[in-house]
Ligand binder design. Structure first.
Ligand SMILES: C[S@@+](CC[C@H](N)C(=O)[O-])C[C@H]1O[C@@H](n2cnc3c(N)ncnc32)[C@H](O)[C@@H]1O
Length: 230
């Protein structure tokens, strides 16, 4: 997965396209809209923990991480954020992404707050791998450079952002065996959300123990998304 091209999605936020597997990093209907809805609203805000431990499958562009960092600053709710990535992006692939500006616009932030977001975005990408890095008073990042299909994490998670490429393109990420392993790595009451609402994914999540809900998808995007609770 070496080549990636920049693409503007329907809400004006960018995403990356991987020609080799014909996949985008986000929904072409709106990358930012998708991330805010599926991961921030339906997962992070939904979990009752005062200091959730979050796991993201696929750091990629860092959009979910940036939004979570901002949410932790806004709410002063401490978050420990682990993100695994097998193919880290080079800095020249990250720089053209317009997330600080688009996020600031969508959340109605000031110019000073947008500058803070831009600094957050640079900091999350330049943070070293394999260790805890305190990016703000309420946000600790731990980036793991590894293959999710082979990996076991050290701590139980409260919230999982399951943001892998599609099951058609990467079936090994969506197997019952991996979901069962992931279930075992989550705390009681832990929740997982994903953009993929396919019946086979829903049934696989149920088969490994999750109570699964079908929720409305983001505005202008997919009709449904999934949320599993342990
Ligand atoms: C749909 S993209 C989403 C990325 C990210 N959440 C974002 O907002 O940009 C899927 C991500 O999973 C990563 N990935 C693919 N195979 C992987 C694997 N075996 N282990 C860990 N990450 C993987 C890709 O490189 C890509 O960054």
């Amino acid at each position: 997965m070496s080549q990636r091209t920049l693409h503007t999605t329907d809400d004006g936020s960018c995403t990356l396209y991987v020609p080799e597997i014909d996949e985008h990093y986000h929904s072409t209907k709106g990358a930012l809209t998708e991330s805010l809805h599926i991961f921030i609203a339906m997962a992070l805000r939904h979990h009752p923990s005062p200091s959730p431990r979050v796991l993201e499958i696929g750091l990629g562009t860092g959009l979910n991480c940036l939004l979570t960092l901002w949410e932790s600053r806004r709410t002063q709710r401490p978050v420990h954020y682990t993100s695994i990535e097998l193919y880290p992006l080079a800095v020249e692939q990250v720089l053209p992404l317009n997330y600080p500006h688009r996020v600031a616009e969508a959340l109605g932030l000031t110019a000073d707050e947008e500058a803070l977001l831009a600094a957050d975005f640079a900091a999350l990408h330049s943070a070293p791998w394999g260790e805890d890095v305190q990016l703000s008073e309420h946000f600790t990042l731990h980036k793991v450079e590894a293959d999710y299909t082979q990996h076991t994490f050290a701590t139980p998670f409260d919230v999982v952002y399951f943001d892998a490429f599609s099951p058609e393109k990467q079936p090994e990420m969506w197997s019952a065996e991996r979901f069962s392993h992931l279930y075992g790595q989550m705390a009681k009451g832990g929740i997982l959300t994903t953009y993929c609402a396919k019946g086979v994914v829903r049934r696989t999540l149920q088969s490994v123990g999750f109570a699964v809900e079908r929720l409305a998808g983001p505005v202008g995007g997919k009709r449904e998304i999934l949320r599993g609770t342990k």
